[in-house]
Design a protein around this ligand. Sequence first.
Ligand code: FAD
Length: 485
Amino acid sequence: MKSIVIGSGFGGIAAALRLKAKNHSVTLIEKHPDLGGRARVFKKNGFTFDGGPTVITAPYLINELFELFNKKPANYIKLTPLKTWYRFIFEDGLKFDYSGDEFQMKNQIKKISKDDVKGYEELIKFTKKIFDKGFTELADVPFDKPLVMMKLLPSLLKLKSYKSVYSLVSSYIKNEKLRRVLSMHPLLVGGNPFTTTSIYGLILYLEKKWGIHYSMGGTGHIINGLEKLMREENIDIIKGHEVINIISSSNKIQGIKLDNQKIINANNVICNADPPAVYERLLDIQKFSPLFKWKKKRMQYSMGLFVYYFGTKKTYNDVEHHTIKFGEKYKEHLDNIFNKKKLNDDISYYLHRPSATDSSMAPKGHDCFYVLVPVPNNQSGIDWSIEGDKIKNLVIDKMEQSLLPNLRKNIVEDFYLTPDYFEKELNTKYGSGFSIQPKFTQSAYFRFHNKSEVCDGLYFVGAGTHPGAGVPGVLSSAKVLSKIL
Ligand SMILES: Cc1cc2nc3c(=O)[nH]c(=O)nc-3n(C[C@H](O)[C@H](O)[C@H](O)COP(=O)(O)OP(=O)(O)OC[C@H]3O[C@@H](n4cnc5c(N)ncnc54)[C@H](O)[C@@H]3O)c2cc1C
């Protein structure tokens, strides 16, 4: 059985390895000269900038890929649990250190709102129920038949999946600051906490179950370890070539064509590339059923990301590994990004400082960072060649005020990525950061199917398919694939 995987994000690499373990002959094709997709690495003058994922959860999903071939993960990668998972900072200066230490968590909650300690305990119990169903039972189940979804509806209703994550959290927690802290998880997978189905409340419990980890050497070190494993297992890797066409005949996959016009035949093509972009640009087939056309047209896309990578000539020792800084406005800010597709001055941001845990990420005496600002995706029509510098200056000003004094004069290395990078370089529709949004109407059966609903021999893994974005999600999508192929 010959299988081609298009794209080398975590989902694509996991798919290649899982199919290899099932004795397929596998070729992985990546447009860029390096692997990883959103998890690519940018190295500049002694700084190592992980492009994307930094919060590593459910590490067993990564370890499993090595174990498939009886290899010891520790010979390839090193994951370290973090003590403080996120430091939340509010406009009024209040700090909240979020971690797996329940004693510390409750103490901090008590200081902010005594009444909410009980609600917090109840919320955790409820998210465990969601986790047991939504993750343990369903994350690696194929959702290609409506019946599977229909059977689930009663239990999903019982788990209140018609509610948003924010509304679920608010039914347990009264304090607005704590509501923000405990409902922010959809943002990690491209959703608005005010509209994402409460099923994604499972992330809250998933973090508690396995902790939050950091990959020593950066997330790119995991990609390197997986690349080594793929080579050892004789997976053919083609880098620096884009697939420009998926060839099919009578609705059956035949193979692919590369940008150098080379044709490679295969029984199966597995796309780790963004599903809507694949359906629009790569397939020969253009006649979709009315139902599929409707499904594709009504999809809503996740937000875009502005990511500013910078290195400083001094270290900021009191800054945590992961910091989330909330702006004054929150709901309105998210509404502007997701619905009105407008930029704001009152931003919230996530700051990553890997050198807090790993000194190898920056030259001696220096610090390495990225700051991520959620922004509208490219449905906005924003001209990033004008707005890019403005946001960069805005976020530097904000960080100088509340976190990194004298930042501007200490920066020695920097660059940024906007939704244009995600659209043009990673081939993502509208340059969205996480493909389609994780809404109830776009989850499981309603997402792009892992086994294409359009063409035989065509499959999908990665953020746009079931179960969804985030490293655990895309690794689980490869598990779904290995069940159906
Ligand atoms: C800034 C940022 C921070 C994040 N932080 C976290 C985090 O902390 N924790 C977490 O769990 N998740 C995080 N995420 C989400 C997570 O990174 C993604 O959901 C996940 O990595 C996506 O993987 P994927 O398998 O969908 O493929 P992608 O990473 O999207 O890769 C797809 C690949 O396909 C290639 N490709 C596309 N079209 C073609 C073609 N025609 N021919 C050849 N190749 C093609 C692209 O070049 C790309 O390499 C973050 C994402 C971003 C952007």
